[in-house]
Design a protein around this ligand. Structure first.
Ligand code: XMP
Length: 509
């Protein structure tokens, strides 16, 4: 495995992704990690990440310098390189000026990190301080116009430093450099596959849970479904899943989930029909935040009531993913720093005295999808676009009612049918319909109409932090608009949202 020491860079997850893409397992750990734990992890290589600090600041993050005596290859990136320089006796020049953006790298020594690259290549820089004196045993292996020591190597000890960021796409040969580190320097073998993951995870769950019961909330999404399948594979009937039907899902989602999870497996799933309860409490509520609170609280109440009926459950299963875990660990904290539990059932483990089972906690989203396929989950569910916890309630501007829900569901179904038919569903991060709180005048069959308006929202995104409005083909928009107006009673106008995020958000509420 490769150990990534987190010095606080916003790109840490990217480094981890790059390693995993090469089918090598890696873990991101805080800088305060104990040296004994590092030894126990027995890494084949260590990557020191970048970070926002300056190495000479008193409270800059530090990892135990004993790592340099473990006889393990080490790659320092940006701040990680500066940490290495400082720890091994070189020096860093402080600067208030940042070098930010593209730079041309001239390679002086290709082996081993730059093997296969041209002599000159584009890299991406984001640093203030830089190395001005190398530690003993190092040579300069590449430079840029502004940074003489842009890369360094100590081939005897297998220590390497890169002042730029190989993990970002803007560094054209970056992935190759990381590959070279993994395979030519650390001699890692590709062993991180989903089938090997399943075997290990099933064993771990069996060991942790024994013959006790696990309860778990299903949302209809990928993460909770995959986590449930995995736990089910380990403990079978001792897994009790609860699906709260709040009536705010899209058409057919409950049936799809039921089909996906229960046709092939005899899984214990309790469907709680709480549609009336949610609709009643949401009646007349227009404020988006109030709607969210009502839905969140009600979900916990209903889930808890159902969970209490499962006698003697000691564990709560959750589909927490690795990005949640990494984000919740402080770059400066130790291994004991608090890990947040995501999802609406956050407070439940303490309240019901349940221990957590989170079998996806070391996986990224794309790995969860691969795992879903490996476990036989149906493709529609595996590739389902993200869907917000409060469901269609935050896509109905203003108060939610049965009538307005049915208009939105019908429009949304038609939109998704056409998006799928155009082969765009997987290419879009999200695509959905929004019911606006206005009516407008129209004319249909010589008659004046005064009806509702639907907005179409479609975005591309990598992580939902930013998003671009999708350039859907005009022909597709025309078909969708025609179908919605002709087939959905109560709608006489369709508009297309051309706002990116920022300044807009993906959802309208
Ligand atoms: P925004 O609208 O903030 O959404 O750009 C970013 C992503 O988060 C989803 N989203 C939510 N998910 N509960 C959730 O579980 C919520 O209250 C919620 N609000 C937004 C949204 O669908 C998008 O993927």
């Amino acid at each position: 495995m490769i150990l990534i020491i987190d010095f606080g860079s916003q790109f840490n997850q990217l480094i981890a992704r790059r390693v995993r893409e090469n089918e090598i397992y890696c873990q991101v750990e805080p800088a305060g990690i104990d040296i004994e734990r590092i030894k126990a992890l027995n890494p084949e290589g260590i990557i020191l990440s970048g970070g926002p600090s300056s190495i000479y600041e008193d409270d800059s993050p530090k990892v135990d310098t004993e790592i340099f005596n473990l006889n393990v290859p080490i790659l320092g990136i940006c701040y990680g390189m500066q940490f290495m320089v400082n720890a091994l006796g070189g020096s860093i020049e402080r600067s208030d000026k940042r070098e930010y953006g593209f730079a041309d790298l001239t390679i002086k020594d290709h082996a081993p990190l730059f093997t296969g690259l041209e002599k000159s290549t584009q890299v991406w820089m984001s640093h203030g301080d830089s190395t001005n004196r190398l530690p003993a045993g190092f040579t300069v292996t590449a430079s840029t116009k502004n940074t003489e020591i842009a890369a360094m190597a100590d081939n005897k000890n297998h220590f390497y430093g890169l002042q730029f960021h190989p993990e970002v796409e803007h560094t054209l040969g970056g992935f190759e450099m990381l590959k070279n580190f993994l395979f030519n320097v650390c001699h890692c073998e590709k062993s991180w596959t989903m089938s090997s993951f399943v075997t290990g995870a099933v064993e771990q769950i069996k060991e942790a849970v024994g013959d006790k019961k696990v309860i778990m909330g299903l949302s209809g999404g990928v993460d909770s479904s995959v986590a449930a399948l995995l736990i089910h594979r380990a403990i079978g009937k001792n897994l009790y899943c609860i699906f709260v039907d709040n009536g705010l899902l899209r058409n057919n989602e409950r049936t799809n989930l039921e089909k996906s999870l229960t046709t092939h497996l005899d899984m214990n799933i309790r469907f709680v029909d709480a549609r009336r309860l949610f609709l009643d409490q949401l009646a007349g509520v227009e404020d988006p935040e109030k709607k969210r609170k009502i839905i969140g609280n009600l979900f916990i109440d209903v889930f808890e009531d159902e969970a209490k009926k499962i006698d003697g459950a000691e564990f709560l299963g959750q589909g927490t993913l690795y990005p949640d875990i990494i984000e919740s660990k402080s770059a400066f904290g130790g291994p004991t720093s608090i890990i947040k539990s995501h999802h609406n059932v956050g407070g439940l483990p303490e309240k019901m005295k349940l221990k957590l089972v989170e079998p996806l906690q070391f996986l990224f989203k794309d790995e969860v999808r691969k795992l879903g396929l490996e476990l036989g989950l149906n493709e529609n569910l595996v590739w389902r676009q993200p869907f917000p916890g409060p469901g269609l309630a935050i896509r109905i501007m203003g108060a939610v009612s049965e009538k307005r829900l049915s208009i939105l569901k019908a429009a949304d179904t038609l939109l998704l049918e056409e998006i799928r038919a155009a082969g765009l569903y997987r290419k879009l991060w999200q695509s959905f319909a929004v019911l606006l709180p206005i009516k407008s005048v129209g004319v249909m069959g010589d008659k004046r109409t005064y009806d509702s308006c639907i907005a179409i929202r479609a975005v591309t995104s990598k992580d939902a932090m930013t998003a671009d409005w999708a350039r859907l083909p005009h022909e597709l928009l025309a078909t969708v608009s025609n179908r919605i107006i002709n087939e959905v009673d109560g709608v006489n106008r369709v508009v297309f949202d051309i706002t990116s995020k920022p300044p807009g958000t993906i959802e309208w509420e």
